[in-house]
Write a protein that binds this ligand. Sequence first.
Ligand code: GLP
Length: 261
Amino acid sequence: MAEIVILDSPNAAGELVAGAITDLLAARPDAVLGLATGSTPLPVYSALERRVRERDLDLSAVRGFALDEYVGLPEGHPESYRAVITRDVVEPLGLSPANVHVPRGSLEGIATAGDDYERAILAAGGIDLQLLGIGTVGHVGFNEPGSSLASLTRVKTLTAQTRRDNARFFASADDVPMHCITQGLGTILRARHVVLLAFGSGKAPAVAAAVEGPVSASHPGSVIQLHPHATVVLDEEAASELREVDYYRYVWENKPAWQRI
Ligand code: GLP
């Protein structure tokens, strides 16, 4: 089962996950990170940024693969995930732009962009640590309900709910692209360590279904139950619909000191 960690705040969660990433990079400065967009991973990036500043870490050798991208946005659109990853991750953390990959969402060449992305991940030796958020519909990356648990990077159609959820970044829900290109659930399962974060009561039903519900394509987040090394980091609100919450706390409180997430 995934390790479930319930902390007081998103900032505490950010510190914990940034610590795990720092340990990984100390062992392998050119480790491969799976990068997520959305508001959820921001505390991780902020905590990492502070560590870069305070400890003078050089992350220029780190390699990164974003989870997903909208299809058909004009090059340089500020809400393209390429632009978001550049703004939120590459620039503040001092990553080398050439080391950071985002699925190609331009219409030209879209038919082969998924296979190309899979090849690039394999050529990099696979993803060491994959950050994940979860959508209110239960999606991870942009794998909407119904996504194959074995899927690889490919084009998907966004649900109306996801387009509404993401309308806050655009002028209206109609301006949110209809299609996206996303790492598949099978791609995510190949990462060596998967870290899913969720904060706030709005995510509580999706978290409960992912962690304690049946493994099902109808709830893509439940794919973490198939992963041998998955960590779920939550605040109290996001954990509020979990049945076995006392056990998760008990496990965390009694975690052997030598064991990391
Ligand atoms: C977006 C992204 C996901 C993200 C999710 C939740 O649509 N494609 O990768 O995890 O929705 O977003 P947020 O973290 O802002 O709640």
